[in-house]
Design a protein around this ligand. Structure first.
Ligand SMILES: Cc1cc2nc3c(=O)[nH]c(=O)nc-3n(C[C@H](O)[C@H](O)[C@H](O)COP(=O)(O)OP(=O)(O)OC[C@H]3O[C@@H](n4cnc5c(N)ncnc54)[C@H](O)[C@@H]3O)c2cc1C
Length: 409
């Protein structure tokens, strides 16, 4: 049994806390914002996505991104600024946007996602909260979008994943009570969705039941003498785990780890009483919008603005999300979103689209787990499992050398 201190109680820190406390370790989690209002883990789209086996850094992403940069309502933006950290991130992103990187990453992302999906299902059963295991629809409005997705189906089959190219009649069969304006799409039957609030609540319950503790405070320094916090406390442990999302950068610098990571800003809007609720979650290909039914509510999320740590809300981009949604789900109109409070979150984005999971070089008792970008909720349980393997000094369940935090030097 080890004493483990986890900095950050978002989906990653909580999933690590769950795996470790269940495994008999004494866990303490330091979280400055227990309601997670300012973290990325509360208002996200709640999708569990084995379908996301292509990393963010992939061929075609840069040219598409450049086109989108000119449109203030587009789902992608990179805020230009004179910042060496941003320049390094862009350079690394460009270096990894190639076929070689994609083909090396796909089997790893598949294995991580499939194990994570299983662990998600186990947790939902054990803690008794709703997880909808019915699949995800990728909806397309253009032939070009559908052709691109047909290639994804081929890659999915090559990797042994389930994916079905579907037309309008199959969409209508899957969504009998929702009008959908799409020419076709893909059904990914292995994807699932949940309400992230149910997920984080269940993790907290499990940690508390297994003897874990929560400390509401902010870690401000990390070193040989332990963790010092804003309230003046010092905490020591056998192992410290840095799982602070985008804020992990501040403490990792103190450990001389030059982690390339940028905030990928996204927004969501949640309709409390939608006119109709689809059965399945969906991704709207041309608008890059995510749509998730959450109980009686409906969440619509999108945009990726590479923005450092800026959390200001771009009204045109928010409008872009609403317009895309209403064009795919024509029974809705933008007026229904009037007055809704937008949620904003910063995804911790690595430049190769893979998370950072591993020991911090030169600090044998410090482990980092961050950089999950668009897949933090999806990959949270497997991250918990892999960190438990490291703490237990066991061979990792899935080889993680490609996720080493020092991989960019
Ligand atoms: C619009 C949008 C939609 C998304 N949809 C999905 C989806 O459908 N599926 C999916 O898998 N992913 C999705 N994501 C991504 C996912 O939300 C993130 O990858 C994930 O939340 C990252 O979790 P985290 O725990 O690493 O970071 P965070 O959620 O940011 O949590 C980090 C926590 O650490 C705390 N913290 C940091 N530093 C300190 C410190 N020094 N002391 C104390 N506390 C500290 C913070 O307060 C915070 O609560 C989405 C993201 C966005 C923006």
């Amino acid at each position: 049994m080890k004493e483990v201190l986890i900095i950050g109680g978002g989906v990653i820190g909580l999933s690590i806390g769950h795996s470790l406390s269940k495994g008999g370790h004494a866990v303490r989690i330091i979280e400055r914002d227990p309601e997670l209002e300012n973290s990325c883990s509360s208002g996200n789209a709640g999708m569990i996505v084995p379908s996301h086996f292509i990393p963010l850094a992939a061929p075609g992403v840069i040219s598409q991104g450049l086109k989108w940069m000119l449109n203030p309502k587009s789902p992608f933006f990179l805020r230009p600024r004179l910042d060496p950290a941003l320049a390094r991130w862009i350079w690394l992103f460009m270096r990894h946007s190639n076929i070689d990187h994609v083909s090396k990453s796909e089997p790893l992302l598949r294995d991580l996602s499939l194990l994570s999906r299983k662990l998600h299902l186990d947790l939902a059963r054990e803690e008794n909260f709703p997880l909808i295991d019915k699949g995800l629809l990728m909806l397309c409005q253009t032939q070009k979008g559908l052709d691109d997705e047909a290639e994804v189906v081929e890659s999915a089959h090559r990797l042994g994943l389930q994916a079905e190219l579907i037309g309008q009649s199959r969409i209508a069969e899957l969504e009998p009570s929702s009008a959908i304006n799409a020419i076709g799409g893909i059904l990914f039957p292995q994807d699932c969705h949940l309400d992230p609030t149910d997920f984080t609540r269940a993790l907290r319950q499990s940690i508390t039941r297994h003897g874990g503790e929560f400390i509401q405070d902010e870690a401000i320094s990390i070193g040989k003498d332990g963790i010092r916090t804003k309230t003046g406390a010092t905490h020591r442990a056998d192992t410290t785990i840095l799982a602070g999302g985008i804020s992990s950068l501040d403490l990792s610098h103190q450990l001389s780890l030059k982690l390339p990571m940028q905030g990928g800003k996204g927004y969501s809007l949640t309709l409390p009483k939608p006119l109709q609720n689809p059965r399945l979650c969906s991704l709207l290909k041309e608008g890059r919008v995510a749509v998730t039914p959450m109980g009686d509510q409906l969440r619509v999320a999108g945009t990726m603005e590479i923005c450092g740590k800026d959390t200001t809300i771009s009204k045109p981009r928010l409008q872009g999300i609403i317009e895309s949604f209403c064009s795919f789900y024509p029974e809705f109109s933008p007026q229904e979103f009037a007055g809704l409070e937008p949620w904003v979150g910063l995804r911790p984005c690595s430049p190769d689209g893979l998370p950072y999971i591993g020991k911090v070089p030169g600090h044998d008792n410090v482990i980092i787990a961050t950089g999950h970008s668009m897949m933090g909720l999806s990959l949270a349980p497997v991250t918990g499992q892999l960190i438990a393997d490291l703490v237990d000094e066991k061979e990792p369940t899935i080889p993680i050398s490609a996720l080493a935090p020092e991989r960019f030097g």
